[in-house]
Write a protein that binds this ligand. Structure first.
Ligand code: AMP
Length: 423
């Protein structure tokens, strides 16, 4: 039997891992600029953090990995970041010390979805949650942050779409109107949409099914059912977005997968050739009831999440390279036990000076070792044999210019540092 990875998962091999690291470093720097602090919560939570009466999305009801632990507790692997972070916000009483918390996170999530391009069962998200204030300028800042992430990466075929679902009352009123509109057409709707009609009718609005799309052409839209307060809120967000220099489009049919959103919702979409149908790079919105529904005080929140895999795909398709070929500063080639011992010693001296260095362990002849060194993109070869050792010297060869010089072993660190300066 050959062993294979779990369906819907993937390995990140070294060359890919460098791209992941570069993107992670970049994103963290943007969070810092916006004054967000990191939070790390567990990958598993008690199931009731996600499985709540007020949450009927497919993601939670159908796609979670649930299991009982040996103590008979029901646990769920997190399918998304928000609920766990809010659980932590409440449990640690973060509201007691700060009126407003601005948090960022990064890490894996799990959903039992049908794997396809851009959709996995284990995938990685980074995102933010801002809890404690209801302010259109704050919503705009959160959208601006998502926009800056994309802009700073120079992605071109990407746009920000926004919409408003209104406050709780407008949303509920709208859902009634939408249901009344869809009810007579129920039999013609796709099976998925039929199933959603009762509990999650909003999601029907962004159905990708062509028949649904046709039926929904004249459907009532959330923006036309906003209360005055919600309307004003949406206008102010747009005003603030303009002040912040964020380009966006209003998408009147935009809704989000989770039930807890109200007021503004937004998505960062890719329109890049070859990207595939899963074109949402990230999305988010306001959730004003979630903290309370998880047993906390009444605190409004807003946030978003991006998928790392899709973002990396978009970067690749647009030919945006985040990393250079990795290079090693130096590589030791030795020929016997004595020279290997000396190399071992020198190696740690060099590493202390932040010089990256490796040593050949293959026991191969010179040619084989040289091949290895070049495959590692070493800038310098440090060749140490019996002859060199007897003279107290070492051969240092620049792999690019092929210039080679014999230097005193005791001067290696200082000389190599100098040479590295000039390459
Ligand atoms: P959501 O949490 O569903 O709002 O998704 C936010 C972002 O996470 C999406 O725009 C995707 O980039 C990413 N994402 C969600 N589900 C998956 C998945 N199954 N596989 C890969 N990326 C995903």
């Amino acid at each position: 039997m050959s062993l294979v990875k779990v369906k819907g998962t993937y390995d990140v091999l070294s060359s890919e891992a460098r791209r992941w690291q570069a993107l992670e470093t970049y994103v963290k720097a943007v969070f810092k600029k916006f004054n967000y602090q990191e939070i790390r919560t567990p990958i598993m939570e008690y199931s009731n953090v996600f499985h709540r009466e007020d949450e009927n999305s497919d993601m939670v009801t159908k796609e979670t990995y649930n299991f009982e632990d040996k103590g008979g507790r029901m646990l769920t692997l997190r399918p998304e970041g928000t609920a766990g972070i809010i659980r932590s916000y409440i449990e640690n009483k973060l509201y007691a010390t700060n009126d407003l918390v601005k948090l960022w996170y990064m890490g894996p999530n799990f959903r039992y979805e049908r794997p396809q391009k851009g959709r996995f069962r284990q995938f990685s998200q980074f995102g933010v949650e801002v809890v404690g204030a209801m302010d259109p300028y704050l919503d705009a800042e959160v959208i601006q942050l998502a926009y800056e992430i994309i802009k700073g990466l120079s992605l071109k075929g990407v746009s920000v779409k926004i919409n408003s679902l209104g406050d709780k009352a407008s949303k509920q009123n709208y859902m009634k109107v939408l249901k009344a509109f869809l009810e007579p057409k129920k039999d013609q709707l796709s099976p998925d949409s039929q199933a959603r009609l009762d509990k999650n009718p909003l999601r029907i609005l962004d159905s990708k099914d062509p028949v649904d799309k046709e039926l929904l052409k004249d459907a009532p839209l959330p923006l036309d059912h906003l209360s005055d307060e919600a309307k004003l809120n949406f206008e102010k967000i747009q005003e603030a977005l303009a002040l912040a220099g964020v380009e966006y489009k209003i998408d009147k049919r935009l809704v989000r997968g989770l039930d807890y959103y109200s007021f503004v919702v937004f998505e960062i979409q890719a329109d890049i050739e070859g990207f595939g149908s899963q074109n949402a790079l990230g999305g988010g919105g306001r959730y004003n009831e979630l903290v309370e529904s998880l047993g906390g005080p009444s605190k409004p929140g807003v946030g978003f999440a991006f998928g790392m895999e899709r973002l990396l795909d978009a970067l690749e398709l647009e030919g945006i390279k985040m990393v250079d070929e990795p290079k090693l500063d130096a590589y030791f080639i030795t020929f016997d036990e004595t020279s290997k011992k000396e190399a071992m010693k020198l190696q740690s001296l060099l590493r202390k000076e932040n010089i990256s260095v490796d040593l050949n362990y293959s026991g191969k002849a010179f040619k084989g070792q040289l091949k290895e060194a070049l495959a590692q993109n070493a800038k310098f070869l440090l060749i140490l044999g019996e002859n060199e050792l007897n003279m107290g010297k070492i051969n240092v060869k620049n792999t690019k210019t092929e210039f080679q010089e014999l230097i005193d072993i005791k001067d290696l660190v200082i000389n190599l540092k100098e040479m590295l300066h000039h390459v």
